[in-house]
Design a protein around this ligand. Structure first.
Ligand code: R2B
Ligand code: URA
Length: 309
C-alpha cells in the first residue's frame, strides 16, 4: 500500500509541531510539571527526538499493557532482566512509556485531564524537535445502535449539542477551537481492519461529553431529572445524526491536536449499546479483550509504517 510514502522521515532540526505561544521563547526553561520532565532538567531531544507516534488512553495499566504488546509486535528490545520504565512516575499524574518511536501515555478521564496532558506533550514534541508526529487516542465508549465490542474510528468529534468545536473559557471569555480529525488517517486505519476480525470496525461521528452520567443521558447516576422518553428521544436524535458512540475526550483531543497542526485519530471500542441500557455489565475478561481492539488496529498501523522504513 502506498499511504505512508508521502511521509517526511527526515530527522530535522525544527519541529513541525505548531506552538502558538511566543512567551515560551522568553522562558529559560520549560517545566512540564505533570510529566515530571523539563527542558532544563532533561535532554528532551535525546530522550524523545525519535518519537513518531503518541498513543493516549485512559488508564496507566492499559497503556503499560499496550507498551508491552508493542514491544513484542515491533520486536523492540530492552536489556534482559529490565522492565519498561514509567517515565512520568514521579508526577503521580500520568504514566508514560516509550517503545522506540512510540510513546504510550495515560490521559485519565475527561477533557480537562487530556487537555493538560496535550499542552505538555505538544510542548514536549516541540522541545524534542519531533517532525510530523501522529497522535492516537485509543479508548472506550458507549455505542449508539452498535453492540459492545464494536470498534469506531471517529470521523468527527462533536459536543453534546452536536457542535464540532471545543469551547474553552479563557480570561472569562468563550473561545471556540474546531475539532478536526485527519480524514485520510481514518481510512488508512479502516483499511487495516481484517475480514477475520470477529467484530466490526466502523467510521462515524463521536459525541464527547463532560460527564459520564447525566451528560451522557444515563438514568443510573446519583441524580437524574429527565424521563426515559426524553433520554431515548435524545439518543435516537444522535443516531439519526450519524453519531456512533459517546465518550469524554475526543473533542479536546481533536481540537488541540488540530490547533497544533498534528495529525490525529480517535479509535474507541464500545462497551455497550446505549440504546439498550446504561450499565456496563459485561464480565471483566470480556471488557479486557474488547479494550485491546483499538490497540490492535493502531498497532497494525504503526507496524505497517515501521516496515516501510
Ligand atoms: C471512556 O471511558 C471513561 C469513562 O468511563 C472516559 O474516560 C471515556 O472517554
Ligand atoms: N465511556 C464513556 O464515556 N461512556 C460509556 O458509555 C462507556 C465508556
Amino acid at each position: 500500500m502506498s499511504f505512508f510514502q508521502e511521509e517526511n522521515d527526515e530527522y530535522e532540526d525544527v519541529s513541525t509541531v505548531l506552538i502558538r505561544n511566543s512567551h515560551l521563547d522568553l522562558m529559560d526553561q520549560d517545566i512540564l510539571y505533570h510529566l515530571a520532565l523539563g527542558s532544563g532538567s532533561h535532554d528532551l531531544r535525546a530522550m524523545f527526538g525519535d518519537v513518531k507516534f503518541v498513543c493516549m488512553g485512559g488508564t496507566p495499566k492499559r497503556m503499560e499493557q499496550f507498551a508491552y504488546k508493542l514491544m513484542e509486535e515491533i520486536s523492540y528490545k530492552i536489556p534482559t532482566g529490565t522492565t519498561l520504565q514509567d517515565i512520568s512516575r514521579f508526577s503521580y499524574r500520568y504514566s508514560m512509556y516509550k517503545v522506540g518511536p512510540v510513546l504510550c501515555i495515560s490521559h485519565g478521564m475527561g477533557m480537562p485531564s487530556v487537555g493538560i496532558l496535550l499542552h505538555e506533550i505538544i510542548k514536549l514534541m516541540f522541545h524534542a524537535k519531533v517532525v510530523d508526529p501522529v497522535f492516537f487516542r485509543i479508548g472506550t465508549s458507549g455505542g449508539i445502535g452498535l453492540e459492545g465490542g464494536t470498534v469506531i474510528i471517529s470521523d468527527e468529534a462533536v459536543d453534546g449539542s452536536l457542535q464540532p468545536h471545543l469551547e474553552l473559557q479563557i480570561l472569562g471569555k468563550t473561545v471556540k477551537r474546531s475539532s478536526v480529525l485527519d480524514r485520510k488517517l481514518q481510512w488508512e486505519l479502516k483499511s487495516l481492519a481484517e475480514p477475520d476480525d470477529p467484530y466490526p470496525t466502523v467510521i462515524g461521528k463521536t459525541v464527547c461529553t463532560s460527564d459520564f452520567y447525566e451528560g451522557q443521558g444515563r438514568m443510573d447516576g446519583a441524580f437524574c431529572d429527565f424521563t426515559e422518553e426524553e433520554k431515548m428521544e435524545y439518543l435516537e436524535k444522535l443516531k439519526s445524526s450519524g453519531v456512533r458512540n459517546i465518550e469524554m475526550e475526543s473533542l479536546a483531543f481533536a481540537a488541540l491536536t488540530h490547533h497544533a497542526g498534528i495529525k490525529a485519530a480517535v479509535v474507541c471500542v464500545t462497551l455497550l449499546d446505549r440504546l439498550k441500557g446504561d450499565q456496563i455489565h459485561y464480565p471483566k475478561e470480556v471488557l479486557d479483550e474488547w479494550q485491546q481492539r483499538p490497540q490492535k488496529l493502531v498497532c497494525r498501523y504503526i507496524k505497517k509504517y515501521l516496515s516501510k522504513r
